[in-house]
Every structure is written in C-alpha cells, then in structure tokens.
Design a protein around this ligand. Structure first.
Ligand code: MTE
Ligand code: CO
Length: 420
C-alpha cells in the first residue's frame, strides 16, 4: 500500500470513533480513509479538532522544539538559575510569554491577586498599601520594551563558549506591557520626588531581589505592570505585578513587586554591590551600570538555524536593541567585519524595544564569517569584542554587548567563533 494512503494513527483513531458513532446509529461501519479517493491527503480525509478541545492553545507539535532551554552546568541548581528564549526560531519582535527567558534567584512563586499587596513607604506623606484591584483603578498605559539580563552573553567574555544564539543572546525578551506609571503611585502617596531621592524596590519572593532606582528614572518611564502581550503576566514573569524599567538591566525589573520605599540614598543591596557590578583589571569595580548599551545578534543563520538550501537567494535576519533609545541602523558583514552592508529594518525601531533586521541577499555557497553591528539614535556603534576587552579587561561577567560572529561553512552549518 502506498505510504500516502495508510491511515495515520490519528486518522485511525478518528476512524474508530466513526465506527462507534456509526454502529450506535445503525449505519455501516467506516474503516479508515476511503482508498478510492487516491488524491485525498490524510488531513483532508477527516474532520479536524473541535473548538472545545483547546480552551487555551499550545503550539502545534511540529514546533515543539521552540522552547526555553537551560544549560545545566551554568548554575548549581535550577531554582536559582536561568533559561533562554529560543530567539533563533522566532521572527518579528514580540516574545510570547510561554518561551520568554526566566531568571529567578529563589524560584518562581505562586502569588494570587487576592493575596497580593504593594506597599509604598519611606519619604512619603501617606504610606499606602495597594491591593491588586486598587492598581487596576489607576490610569494605565501600553508600551513595548525589551528586558535583557545584564548577564546575557556573559559566558562569552573569555572566548566563544555556547553554540547557539539562544544560549549566547537568549536572556532577552520583548513584550507589550500594560501598567500604571510608577510616578502615578508615587504621587498618590505624596512622595518626596526631589532629584536626589531614590526608590528601593523589592519582590515578594524569598530572594526579594531589592534594587535602588534613582528618582529621575522612577519619574520617567518605569511601569508597575500587570499584563504582558495582552494577558496576565505568567507566574514566572512576576504574576500578578512586576516592575518594568525600560532600557535598564533586567535585574531591576522586580517581579512579584511588594514594596517601594522612597529613600534619600541608595540602599547598596547585594544585587547592586557584590552582584551586577564588574571588576576592572586594577581591582576597581564598575557600579550603577544600569543602561543596556546597543547590541545585536544574527538569529538566522546561526548554530541552531543552519542554511538548508544551496547557493542563491537567502535572508539573513536578526535582532537589535538599545537601552538608550531607538535603533537607527544595523550593518551586516559576511567577512568578519572587513566589509559591511546596511540591513533593512523590519519596521522603524521603537525606543528601548527589539528591532528586527533583514539582509535580503545572495549566498555564493562559500564560507562566511557573519556579524551584525547595531547603531542607536545617540550615534553609539556596537563595539567589537577586542574594543570591549580593551576598556573592560577580562574580569567582567555583565554587560557584554560586543559584536557576535558565526562561522558558516560551505554546507550551511554555523558555529560560534571569536573574531576580535
Ligand atoms: N525579581 C524578583 N523578585 N526575583 C528575581 O529573582 N530576577 C531578576 C529580575 N527580577 C528576579 C526579579 C533578573 S536577574 C532578571 S534578568 C529579570 O527579573 C528576569 O525577568 P524574567 O524572569 O521575566 O525573564
Ligand atoms: Co538578570
């Protein structure tokens, strides 16, 4: 029997269901697809899945490889750990919550809206405690922003380490947030918002992940967010309420936000002293490195996305972003940075959000050293690894925004390599 006409397991099951229903009604039993209808493909031989079967849709089984992945040896336990967004397999700019990277210091907690409370205290006229419902009564806004962990690409300082854009650059996601500006909550509480003040923000999880934010930023674009991509935040992203600190390192985006204290100095918490700082060669440390500088990565081709066709027309695609503002230009090199071509932006860059770029080009079938270089609206140009090492030495973990290189061989397979 031709492979094409064999009933698949799925259609066989459907066939048996038809038997059951048919017998009950006294009709003739049907056995699988009709072999006489030679042209009918399997998926057209039976009716599909009913609308009552998927109250909340999941990706089709053929896409089941497009998932977050972790790297076991990176951390001692998966509770205080990280997994990575499959950026190699996504397109456009919005990250679905279900595959957006997670970073927890003490695991993701289940906190209901009923149990949720947010306190504002410190240098305020009226200390306040908000319920979830109180927050939803305040005027809200929608904005798309990227969230990048300061440790993204951190393993690559010493040399090319991890073989895939998901692992080298996947500590990033980009969502449309719905939330109340932090300045609204501060004004409700009559906070002292003079420019030398700070807010200290902390979460309800065991780690609390407390961070100090200067007042100027707190009054600017920080959001107390409760929805992402239109739906409630997922547990792992801080349900029911998280802080969104546009353009600044992910660690400040406190999840399960429980307290905002207005202070007259920075708290100098663990997360802003022994962590999330970078030690120079001379032993001094960089501190208050809040803004994520302009960066880009080619997502396809890349080690997890080899070229599957021969020489000829192809699309080189990737992502670019800047914590300072908009991406204005992305250049792509096929020869390790000797010559550059300007890529096409999927759409004009949004401020502090991911920008998709494409280079619609021809492949001559020869090996390539692929690189992308982002430029933002301050005129900043993404540095090479060599330039970054000159400035920062080799003790850093955080804030590695250097140009990434993929070596693509004549078969189209890609590998993470270093070109300084
Ligand atoms: N907030 C709390 N309460 N606890 C945490 O462990 N991790 C921080 C930040 N906020 C963290 C937190 C870090 S380091 C990052 S990079 C981001 O959350 C990650 O957000 P995500 O898990 O939604 O990707
Ligand atoms: Co982080």
């Amino acid at each position: 029997m031709d492979e094409m006409f064999k009933p698949s397991r799925r259609s066989f099951l459907r066939g048996s269901a038809a038997v059951a229903v048919g017998s009950a009604a006294g009709a003739a039993a049907a056995e699988g697809p009709d072999p006489l209808i030679a042209d009918l493909q399997d998926w057209a031989s039976y009716t599909g899945v009913g609308v009552d079967e998927t109250p909340y849709g999941m990706p089709i089984s053929f896409e089941s490889h497009v998932v977050r992945r972790n790297v076991e040896w990176l951390t001692a336990s998966p509770i205080s750990s990280i997994n990575f967004t499959p950026i190699h397999a996504l397109d456009g700019t919005i990250t679905p919550q279900g595959c957006a990277f997670e970073r927890h210091h003490s695991g993701a907690i289940e906190l209901s809206k009923q149990d949720y409370r947010l306190m504002i205290n410190g240098l305020v006229d009226k200390p306040l405690v908000f319920t979830y419902d109180d927050i939803e009564r305040l005027p809200r806004e929608n904005h798309v922003y990227f969230c990048e962990c300061a440790a993204n690409t951190g393993m690559e300082w010493a040399g090319a380490q991890l073989n895939g854009a998901q692992f080298t650059h996947g500590m990033i996601h980009n969502m449309e947030y719905t939330g109340v500006p932090l300045r609204t909550l501060l004004s409700e509480a009559g906070a002292d918002t003079s420019s030398d003040k700070w807010v200290y923000v902390e979460g309800a999880d065991a780690s609390s992940n407390g961070r100090s934010i200067p007042m100027e930023k707190a009054l600017d674009d920080v959001l107390v967010a409760f929805k992402a991509n239109g739906e409630a935040l997922r547990m792992e992203h801080g349900y029911p309420v998280r802080l969104v600190v546009p353009g600044w390192e992910g660690n400040m985006w406190v999840k399960w936000l429980r307290r905002i204290e207005v202070t007259d100095m920075a708290v100098e918490s663990r997360e802003e002293t022994s962590k999330y700082t970078d030690v120079y060669e001379n032993g001094m440390a960089r501190k208050w490195t809040w803004v994520m500088d302009a960066k880009s990565v080619i997502t396809s081709p890349s080690p997890q996305m080899p070229i599957k066709h021969g020489p000829g027309q192809m699309v080189i695609s990737g992502l670019a972003w800047s914590g300072h503002g908009q991406i204005t230009r992305v250049d792509v090199s096929k020869d390790g940075g000797i010559t550059w071509e300007t890529a096409r932006l999927g759409k004009q860059g949004d401020t502090k959000a991911l920008t998709r770029f494409y280079l619609d080009t021809q492949w001559d079938g020869k090996p390539m050293l692929l690189q992308a270089r982002a430029i933002d609206d301050t005129g900043y140009v993404q540095p090479t690894k060599g330039q970054l090492r000159e400035r920062r030495g080799e003790n850093s973990v955080y804030h590695n925004n250097c140009i990434q290189t993929w070596y693509v061989d004549a078969e189209g397979n890609a590998e993470n390599v270093e070109v300084s």
